[in-house]
Design a binder for this molecule. Structure first.
Ligand SMILES: [Zn+2]
Length: 229
């Protein structure tokens, strides 16, 4: 069994590779709140154990072995979050921190029992895909809200789970998984994004928009075409 610290490094590198394509020592340090010097030492260790490769100036990449560890942790994390939300009725802003701890300690057997108990779910309470037992993972759905264009309409499919404060902000705005949104306007220079949500008009910042993913509806004409095809 790996130490919690090693597992957290591997998970952080996995997340950075997805979010910003490459994980640098600096970014890893920032994400984990650890000094750069300690990160450098740990990266060397992870490389010696074949979890990562490290190329100066190109950053740190997970090997297949490292990826398997990351996906196993993510599977545990997301199943535990869903379990806490469904069985204890915890709101979506209260499941992440406990899952961060529990993902390292629950047995494989318990994780698989939770998976069965929940009816083989595909998504966690924040809309993120739950990796399969075999380490497969469905692609992220939708596009970032801040990358949509005015006039586009869609449904919120995923939100970032890392900051409970952000999730409470969304709850306050009544923006949830499944909420339909229409982008009215994106102000230039990273200004506010104006949304129509039902009969309401909401303005949110770009930073918030970057943490929300929306499954964009196809224009009506192409939908019609498909029906006839
Ligand atoms: Zn989480």
């Amino acid at each position: 069994m790996l130490s919690r610290s090693i597992e957290d490094y591997i998970k952080a590198i996995y997340a950075l590779e997805i979010e910003v394509q490459k994980a640098t020592t600096k970014q890893i340090a920032q994400r984990l709140g650890i000094k750069m010097a300690s990160v450098t030492g740990m990266i060397k260790h992870l490389a010696s154990e074949s979890y990562v490769t490290h190329t100066p100036y190109y950053g740190v990449h997970l090997t297949d072995r490292g990826k398997a560890v990351a996906l196993d942790l993510i599977r545990r994390h997301r199943l535990i979050e869903l379990f806490l939300a469904r069985t204890l009725g915890l709101p979506w802003d209260e499941v992440h921190n406990d899952a961060e701890v529990l993902e390292h300690v629950v047995s494989d057997r318990l994780v698989e029992r939770i998976y069965e108990f929940l009816g083989f779910p595909q998504f966690d309470p924040h809309g993120s895909p739950i990796p399969g037992r075999d380490g497969s993972i469905a692609p992220q759905r939708g596009i970032r809200l801040d990358e949509m264009t005015a006039g586009q309409h869609g449904t919120i499919v995923e939100v970032s789970d890392r900051d409970p404060e952000f999730l409470r902000y969304l709850t306050g705005l009544k923006l949830n998984i499944g909420t339909e949104v229409l982008v009215r306007e994106l102000a230039p220079f990273n200004g506010p994004i104006t949304l129509a949500v039902g009969s309401r008009t909401i303005a949110i910042g770009h930073e918030a928009g970057a943490r929300i993913r929306v499954g964009v509806d196809e224009p009506t004409s192409s939908k019609r075409k498909r029906k006839h095809a």
